[in-house]
Design a protein around this ligand. Structure first.
Ligand SMILES: Nc1nc2c(ncn2[C@@H]2O[C@H](COP(=O)(O)OP(=O)(O)OP(=O)(O)O)[C@@H](O)[C@H]2O)c(=O)[nH]1
Ligand SMILES: [Mg+2]
Length: 190
């Protein structure tokens, strides 16, 4: 009997407070930046080896992140011919992760221009944007500071923050994700 009551209360609580609801997060960025690799380690922190193929269209995963929040993660293909598809996902997105390959300085300009397009989208006006300067393990210039180049927070009043990380080394991802989860939760309370 006690079990039934506690299950009922849990169900009631989740209906009232919507705690089972998954927040939609879109992951975008140029091809080969490490988006699908990121999803793999979010799904399974203990995974030893990452295997990815270029994403065509989208791949969606539902993840319970650290027992804190359910995330519907939309991993979108970054090849230039596929980027026009990103905007289809803007309307339902509650957060954006924009991944950059920090070792590919010749494509920073292109990445920045795509990030600006995302920030200009009306549907995403208030959603938090996490910029992940990935592949830090490949960066030779240790003075490189992408947090200035890719920090466009002065142009908008939404939560936007740049974090450095290496997805394959599993460094820096957790801190960045915690910021994102807290930003989503703060937005949902508004
Ligand atoms: N050295 C290094 N390689 C990484 C890192 N993150 C991802 N990679 C590698 O980068 C390559 C591309 O990774 P993906 O995750 O498939 O890239 P993507 O952004 O999903 O690419 P598209 O699906 O084409 O848009 C793979 O070989 C990954 O192993 C990292 O932090 N460091
Ligand atoms: Mg991919």
């Amino acid at each position: 009997m006690g079990l039934y009551i506690s299950a009922f209360l849990k169900h009631l609580g989740s209906r009232l407070f919507n705690s089972d609801k998954a927040s939609s997060v879109i992951i975008v960025g140029l091809a080969n930046a490490g988006k699908s690799s990121l999803v793999q380690i979010l799904k399974d922190e203990d995974v030893e080896e990452l295997h990815t193929e270029p994403t065509v269209g989208h791949v969606v995963e539902t993840i319970n992140y650290k027992d804190m929040v359910n995330l519907h993660i939309w991993d979108l293909g970054g090849q230039d011919k596929l980027r026009f598809l990103w905007q289809r996902y803007f309307l339902t997105a509650e957060a954006v992760v924009f991944v950059i390959d920090s070792s590919e300085s010749e494509r920073f300009h292109e990445a920045l221009s795509e990030l600006e397009n995302v920030l200009r989208a009306e549907e995403l006006r208030i959603v938090p944007v996490l910029v992940l300067a990935n592949k830090q393990d490949l960066v030779k210039d240790k003075t490189q500071d992408l947090s200035k180049m890719f920090d466009l927070s002065s142009l908008s009043d939404r939560p936007l923050k740049v974090f450095t990380c290496s997805v394959t080394k599993k460094e820096g991802v957790e801190e960045a994700m915690m910021w994102l989860v807290e930003s989503i939760q703060r937005n949902n309370r508004r």
